[in-house]
Design a protein around this ligand. Structure first.
Ligand SMILES: CC(C)(COP(=O)(O)OP(=O)(O)OC[C@H]1O[C@@H](n2cnc3c(N)ncnc32)[C@H](O)[C@@H]1OP(=O)(O)O)[C@@H](O)C(=O)NCCC(=O)NCCS
Length: 166
């Protein structure tokens, strides 16, 4: 696993486009913003990317109406030839560890209710906590998932943004 850089934008864009129905779409400028903040991680297979995780853990970000202490996953996407090999699980677990270390108490994400990924999120400890309408154009219903990170109170809370791990 490694953080994505500007050199990975083409790869991210292509995989995102191929899975647009499931993961939605960020333009290149938005992708670059998350990349430059270290909020896009690549899963590697034989040193080559096979998928990515895009999240927002910017403190105080006005991300929808989620409770404080929540880091939000916007996209997780694995190439078709690398699925069912625990690649997405590795990315999500790495984020859970990192987010917990930085004092977050929750991870959340929103997922269209008709796609196969609804079988993935419970397998990594997420549960549906609500449902809401997606964008008007497609009229979809989104499942809002959350996972509690169960911060261990014996661990010192590190001052954000010390994030040398990953
Ligand atoms: C959903 C997705 C990220 C899962 O990635 P993955 O690397 O294949 O997931 P994992 O191998 O870590 O799966 C862990 C478990 O989740 C469940 N799961 C994952 N994909 C599933 C599917 N398509 N159907 C049913 N269960 C599934 C299984 O229980 C699986 O364990 P198992 O393989 O031992 O049965 C991948 O299929 C994908 O990129 N899909 C397109 C984009 C997308 O839908 N992203 C999520 C919305 S943001």
């Amino acid at each position: 696993m490694r953080r994505a850089t500007g050199l990975d934008l083409r790869y991210l864009n292509a995989l995102q486009k191929a899975n647009r129905d499931a993961v939605g779409f960020f333009g290149t400028a938005a992708l670059f913003k998350y990349v430059s903040r270290g909020q896009v991680w690549l899963q590697l297979e034989n040193d080559e990317p096979c998928g990515y995780l895009l999240f927002n853990d910017t403190p105080g970000a006005r991300i929808r109406r989620v409770r404080p202490g929540t880091a939000t996953i916007y996209q997780v996407c694995i190439q078709t030839d690398a699925r069912r090999l625990a690649n997405a699980t590795s990315l999500v677990e790495a984020l859970a560890t990192e987010a917990r270390r930085h004092g977050f108490d929750w991870l959340d994400c929103c997922v269209t209710d008709t796609i196969a990924a609804n079988d993935f999120w419970p397998s990594v400890g997420f549960a549906v906590v609500g449902r809401r309408r997606g964008g008007r154009s497609r009229g979809r219903v989104l499942n809002h998932y959350e996972r509690e990170l169960r911060h261990d109170p014996r661990e010192p809370r590190l001052v954000y943004p010390d994030r040398e791990s990953v």
